[in-house]
Design a protein around this ligand. Structure first.
Ligand SMILES: Cc1cc2nc3c(=O)[nH]c(=O)nc-3n(C[C@H](O)[C@H](O)[C@H](O)COP(=O)(O)OP(=O)(O)OC[C@H]3O[C@@H](n4cnc5c(N)ncnc54)[C@H](O)[C@@H]3O)c2cc1C
Length: 495
């Protein structure tokens, strides 16, 4: 074991949306900061957008996890500097105002958050500025109130997507432009790239944090153990901030059990690892009679069913286009979607199919269930998950299929024939993982307090998506980023 002879003010573990953002917030304070990241730097050409990731083995973590039946799978997450923000689709939405309240879903309750939209709104402003978000207000009926206009214009729809949106509007729905991170140049991308030049910040890559050691009282993390190459290191800090992603932060706490924390660090509530959420996700494909470029971003969002409709008064979720399918051939290893397409258009190669198609992406909130959990058995990581709220998701799919059929009828699309091949995201698609260390006021039912500090451990914070008590159907990153800025501000004020 190599003992590092430095003493840091802050150690941050992980460099994704949560870790990279809080590093950026704290770096200008001059505090001595060490960042430990298990991955290395991705080359710029490897920083693919969205769906392309789904068909690339190298964006799957090189480790096996196990499902509730003990079947092994490869999780779809990338361990690299920047975390999943290096390969995400860059849609950065605020949660809706009502998402912070208790909401009745068809399958149960989505719990209230202990902070409200108005508490996070200033940090959403800061987050949108930091991540160069472009968008358009006044289109989406579910949009929360905002005091700051987007600083960049929305990205235009690809002409075919615009054409579909026009008809969808004529049907009484309200397609909007997705807020997106623009200027995604890897050199200017916020987060870790910009903090590593601060003299008070040290970044160690390929540093896998394996264990957190506490003081004899168990009330403070005293040392962080990390594997770098073949060596084990011990690092010391006043404050420790975890941002390993919802699954890995929970796994690290569960691994770090000791006499004072027999069921895992900070786990007197028995909530660490529980209430894992990931969204219900389905992609579907609409064949078009004319070709498109095949390479364009997701830009369109339809939230008219977000809170339900007159025939189903429960939240259903959000609909987006997927972006061009040539770069974004979704679930390329998942036969149903592609073989479905191939059946509709025999004789066409994948490329030809991709440029004759528009992909759609539907996502629905899944509800926190204590039995959906991260668990360690014999050092193996189990992700035990049974989806819920499935009827709401099915209804969303059928609402959208009905809309697409109308669109195709109006456009006189000879190819659609009412068939839209679709694929549901399997367990290993953990892109929107959240909820394994929920925050709250009561230490008996939550892991973190409202500042995202562990109830049980005075100097331990978590700023990734673990803190979510519910997983609203808006994509999670902007909320992770805004919350990291909020916690960063708390630390700056109070340290
Ligand atoms: C293909 C894809 C598309 C997506 N598109 C969108 C989108 O358009 N909009 C959106 O809002 N969200 C999107 N997401 C989700 C988004 O990327 C995540 O919500 C966000 O990155 C979560 O941030 P985080 O800080 O919780 O974790 P991450 O960003 O995953 O960061 C975790 C970091 O911790 C590191 N780490 C893990 N364990 C350890 C350890 N033991 N020691 C040291 N380091 C460790 C990892 O390498 C990583 O750098 C997408 C995700 C994927 C995979």
């Amino acid at each position: 074991m190599i003992i590092d002879d430095q003493y840091y003010d802050v150690i941050i573990v992980g460099t994704g949306a949560g870790g990279g953002t809080i590093a950026q917030k704290l770096a200008p304070t001059g505090k001595k900061i060490l960042i430990l990241e298990r991955g290395g730097f991705l080359a710029p050409e490897e920083q693919l957008q969205g769906g392309e990731v789904f068909k690339k083995e190298r964006y799957r973590a090189n480790e096996e996890w196990y499902d509730k039946d003990g079947e092994p799978f490869f999780p779809q997450t990338s361990y690299s500097v920047g975390g999943d923000t290096k390969t995400y689709s860059a849609e950065l939405l605020r949660m809706r105002e009502k998402d912070f309240e208790q909401v009745q879903h068809q399958d149960g309750i989505s719990p209230e958050w202990s902070i409200k939209y108005k508490d996070l709104a200033p940090y959403y402003n800061e987050a949108e500025k930091l991540y160069n978000v472009g968008g358009q207000t006044g289109e989406d009926p579910t949009e929360p109130p905002r005091i700051q206009e987007y600083l960049h214009p929305a990205v235009n729809h690809e002409p075919q997507v615009q054409e579909i949106c026009n008809i969808v509007s004529e049907q009484g729905l309200n397609p909007s432009h997705l807020p997106l991170e623009v200027n995604q140049d890897s050199d200017t991308k916020p987060g870790i790239a910009t903090v590593k030049n601060y003299p008070n910040v040290t970044l160690k890559t390929d540093a896998f944090v394996s264990f957190l050691h506490t003081s004899p009282s168990g009330r403070e993390v005293k040392a962080i153990e990390a594997q770098i190459g073949t060596e084990s290191y011990l690092f010391f800090a006043h404050i420790v901030i975890l941002a390993c992603g919802a699954v890995n932060s929970a796994a690290l706490l569960l691994r770090s059990n000791n006499e004072k924390h027999p069921h895992g660090l900070a786990n007197s509530s028995d909530q660490v690892g529980r209430n894992f959420m990931k969204h219900l996700m389905t992609s579907l494909v609409q064949l078009r009679p004319t070709t498109n470029s095949g390479i364009f971003p997701k830009t369109a969002c339809i939230n008219d069913f977000y809170w339900g409709d007159k025939n189903f008064p429960f939240p259903m979720g959000s609909i987006h286009n997927t972006g061009g399918l040539l770069q974004n051939v979704m679930f390329a290893e998942s036969p149903p979607l592609l073989s479905g397409l191939a059946k509709l258009m025999p004789g066409f190669g994948l490329r030809q199919l991709a440029i004759r198609s528009i992909g759609w992406w539907l996502q629905t909130e899944d509800l926190p269930d204590p039995n959906n959990r991260v668990r360690l058995k014999n050092s193996k990581l189990y992700l035990e998950y049974t989806s819920n709220n499935t009827e709401a998701h099915d209804r969303l799919i059928y609402r959208w299929l009905d809309t697409l059929k109308t669109v195709d009828r109006i456009m006189n699309n000879p190819l659609s024939r009412g068939a839209y091949p679709r694929a549901e995201a399997p367990l290993n698609v953990i892109a929107h993982q959240s909820g394994t260390c929920r925050f709250g006021e009561d230490p008996k039912t939550s892991v973190l307090n409202l500042n995202c500090r562990a109830h049980d451990v005075n100097n331990l914070y978590i700023v990734d998506a673990s803190f979510f008590p519910s997983n609203p159907a808006t994509s999670p990153s902007l909320t992770v980023i805004a919350n990291a800025l909020r916690v960063g501000e708390h630390l700056i004020t109070n340290l």
